[in-house]
Design a protein around this ligand. Structure first.
Ligand code: NAD
Length: 360
């Protein structure tokens, strides 16, 4: 039996509800695939602020460091919105990413046949879309220096941010992307703005230099403005996309919205070594928290990504993903993905339906 220590960070809002479903799912899959999970729970976000006064207590970071993977739900809520930015729940998330050195963010955007009508785009455009956006997470313009708002000689204010990447930063995200493409359909599109930005020229050169090491992956390049258009015009041309922090922030949201359902989208954040963090793309949904209305499937699919990308348990990951398709096929829906003629379920009942499908 393989044994893994998993840190659970339920966080705030709907977090505890959807996490409970994911844990039940992992237990069932563990039994089936001879995997033993040792779960340990820690505080983050608003829940941690209320108990300890800080959004990422050092005990939480320590526990995460000493685990095989971290499953996070969501943080934040109205209650903590007026705190100073370094004490807000979001600071806990940034601290976790920095503390674990998570430089690669993987966000799949898959159109499930059962939810095709949830997309705002035409069926013929989105049918069959299956994209993975690999976004650099700890460099680029969000972290480059100098940054700030400075007074000029004339007394006018000037805002400054700096987009910078070193070769080694480009290389490590490039390798994650080539590896991801290799596990998928073998196509990688690197997105930049090399016609205008020097930092993008270096990005393009370095990614191109890596290409011969991955002969099974077909590399192409695209400018970010064109990539935004192509995602809406003909998204099926993309398999894996790799891009910097700013472009990735925007394009991963655009790609995600092709699917039309935020409650279905998982993500993974990975470092060079050590545990990765797996979490839904959505937030803590305070408007529906505690009402048994949340869709737990993004959390469950995040657990599947954890099995695939951190624990190398692809068969167990496949089983979960098949189970999700099966409940959708049966017509089970939470409110966010509800359509006419389907069965409306709460968060707990959706979890039970999924467990039943996984045990069949
Ligand atoms: P949100 O994603 O929490 O909610 C947006 C809308 O989608 C809401 O109407 C919500 O009810 C719905 N929704 C989200 N997830 C759902 C689910 N699983 N099932 C059903 N419906 C779902 O975004 P927001 O409202 O902008 O932010 C709320 C809080 O979450 C804020 O405090 C924000 O800072 C935080 N947030 C956290 C994360 C994170 O933890 N990674 C990400 C985004 C926002």
């Amino acid at each position: 039996m393989t044994h893994y220590r998993i840190t659970l960070l339920p966080g705030d809002g709907i977090g505890p509800e959807i996490m409970a479903v994911a844990v039940d799912v992992l237990k069932v899959v563990g039994n089936k695939f001879d995997i033993e999970f040792q779960f340990q729970e820690a505080l983050i976000g608003g829940a941690a602020i209320d108990t300890t006064g800080e959004p990422l207590p050092s005990a939480t970071l320590d526990m995460c460091r000493h685990s095989d993977a971290v499953l996070l739900a969501a943080i934040g809520g109205y209650k903590w919105d007026s705190l100073p930015s370094d004490l807000r729940p979001e600071a806990g998330l940034l601290g976790l990413r920095a503390g674990l050195g998570l430089f690669a963010n993987l966000r799949p955007a898959i159109i499930l046949p059962q939810l095709i009508d949830a997309s705002t785009l035409k069926r013929s455009v989105v049918e069959g879309v299956d994209i993975m956006v690999v976004r650099e997470l700890t460099g680029g313009i969000y972290f480059g220096k100098p940054r700030g708002i400075f007074a000029t000689e004339t007394g006018e204010k000037r805002g400054v941010n700096t987009m910078a990447y070193t070769e080694s930063e480009i290389e490590r995200i490039g390798r994650v992307a080539f590896e991801a493409a290799r596990k998928r359909r073998g196509k990688l599109c690197s997105v930049d703005k090399a016609n205008v930005l020097e930092v993008s020229q270096l990005w393009r050169d370095r990614i191109t230099q890596l290409s011969p090491e991955y002969p099974d992956v077909e590399l192409s390049h695209m400018y970010v403005d064109n990539a935004a258009m192509q995602l809406l015009r003909a998204p099926k041309q993309f398999d894996t996309i790799v891009t910097g922090n700013l472009f990735g922030d925007i394009l991963s949201d655009a790609a995600a919205m092709l699917t039309g359902s935020i409650g279905m989208l998982p993500s993974a954040s990975l470092g060079a070594s050590g545990p990765g963090v797996f979490e839904p793309v959505h937030g803590s949904a305070p408007d529906i928290a505690g009402q048994d209305k949340a869709n737990p499937l993004a959390q469950v699919l995040s657990a599947a990504m954890m099995l695939r990308y951190s624990l190398n348990q692809s068969a167990a990951a496949d089983h979960i993903e098949q189970g999700v398709l099966q409940v959708l096929q049966r017509g089970d829906r939470t409110g966010d993905i509800m359509s006419q003629g389907m069965n409306l379920l709460g968060c707990g009942a959706m979890g039970e339906a999924l467990i039943q499908a996984l045990e069949e």
